[in-house]
Design a protein around this ligand. Structure first.
Ligand SMILES: NC(=O)c1ccc[n+]([C@@H]2O[C@H](COP(=O)([O-])OP(=O)(O)OC[C@H]3O[C@@H](n4cnc5c(N)ncnc54)[C@H](O)[C@@H]3O)[C@@H](O)[C@H]2O)c1
Length: 336
């Protein structure tokens, strides 16, 4: 059995569809820090992907039973996350969970509490935190260089799901509600909550404009925060890829645009201004934030701190829950 507290963190990759495969591919060459030792996915095509990389096991329980597995990486449909986290904690495994952590605030609180009480690290698939210009923006905000943050404006949309079969879980209104919210918008609210703290209430427009998606294809949310300030967040599943995050403060603002989807990053364009200064436009070269998030998770298991706190995870899911409700009611919904 592997010695704890040294060497690469050995993980089981659970769910090897679109994103699970992206994660495995992103970790190629990182074996000194984090190494995939087995995988689980009931879909036979996943076994083909894993051939020559690592063994496929017959069940999640089989992965949890292995002594050489220290952590699980969950890239499974949203509805499975809560139970899979509970089982991982019971087996003493650290957890990296793809977003969303849970569909309700109560579920998120439970997941965070279970991991914390067991002394296990909980990582989240919010790789946008690890995009170099976003990381710089968060540091600038933290150090007060943007002044008082007053607004966020953000859009993360794509049309990748228009070609999915209607039976896909992504197009199920219960499993993936509120248009693009659980696919893309949740990355934006993660950053908004990090910058502005817990949300107070939200109004949502969720429409079906270009598809038969039962949960709608185009969403915009207007969020007010407990400490003042607002965020306007859009997530459409019916327009070609766009990803833009802008934050406005009393001393400066930054607007970060991805040149490509994080699946194949190709850099960023950053437009910014400080009070009294000219507006500047700069280019940031490609990076691999999905890998860097997993590496940070592995380092957290080895004792370093991890960028996303449990409180931020809970605040984001509390906001998600209110957004899902507001998408259905069309009313201003209070965040629990
Ligand atoms: N961080 C990101 O940017 C990002 C991007 C895409 C997807 N995701 C997240 O990743 C997760 C998966 O999304 P996806 O697009 O890869 O979906 P997907 O449908 O392509 O893949 C999900 C996989 O899970 C497998 N699966 C189902 N039940 C399972 C079980 N009990 N045990 C093991 N595997 C099981 C399925 O067979 C499938 O291969 C979602 O939570 C999604 O939000 C994150």
């Amino acid at each position: 059995m592997q010695q704890k507290n040294q060497g690469p963190v050995h993980i089981a990759a659970i769910g090897l569809g679109w994103w699970g495969r992206k994660i495995v591919a992103a970790l190629d060459g990182e074996e000194a820090t984090v190494k995939v030792v087995c995988g689980v996915d009931p879909d036979p095509s996943a076994a083909v992907f894993c051939e020559g990389r690592f063994p496929m096991l017959e069940s999640y329980e089989a992965a949890l039973a292995r002594d050489d597995v220290e952590a699980v990486v969950l890239a499974t449909p949203h509805a499975l996350h809560e139970k899979q986290i509970e089982l991982a904690v019971d087996a003493g495994k650290h957890v990296f969970c793809e977003k969303p952590l849970a569909m309700t605030k109560k579920g998120a609180e439970r997941a965070v509490r279970l991991c914390r009480d067991a002394g296990l690290v909980l990582g989240m698939g919010h790789e946008r935190r690890f995009e170099p210009p976003v990381a710089d923006m968060l540091v600038a905000a933290q150090e007060g260089r943007l002044g008082r943050i007053v607004q966020v404006e953000a859009n993360f949309s794509h049309d990748k799901f228009l070609s999915l079969a209607a039976s896909n879980w992504r197009l199920n209104a219960e499993q993936a509600p509120a248009a693009g919210m659980t696919a893309t918008g949740i990355h934006l609210t993660d950053l908004a909550v990090r910058l502005m703290g817990p949300a107070r209430d939200v109004r949502v427009a969720c429409e079906n404009l270009a598809s038969e998606f039962p949960q709608g294809d185009t969403l915009s949310a207007h969020i007010r925060f407990e400490n003042g300030g607002t965020a306007y967040v859009s997530a459409s599943l019916a327009t070609p890829f766009v990803s833009r995050f802008a934050v406005f403060g009393t001393k400066g603002w930054m607007d970060i645009r991805d040149k490509a989807h994080v699946e194949s990053p190709s850099g960023w364009v950053v437009t910014s201004s400080s009070a009294g200064q000219a507006i500047t436009v700069s280019e940031v070269g490609p990076a691999e934030p999905v890998r860097d998030n997993l590496v940070a998770f592995a380092r957290a298991i080895r004792g370093q701190s991890y960028a996303i706190t449990g409180e931020e995870m809970i605040d984001n899911i509390a906001l998600l829950e209110a957004i899902i409700r507001a998408a259905r009611t069309g009313q201003v919904e209070t965040v629990a």
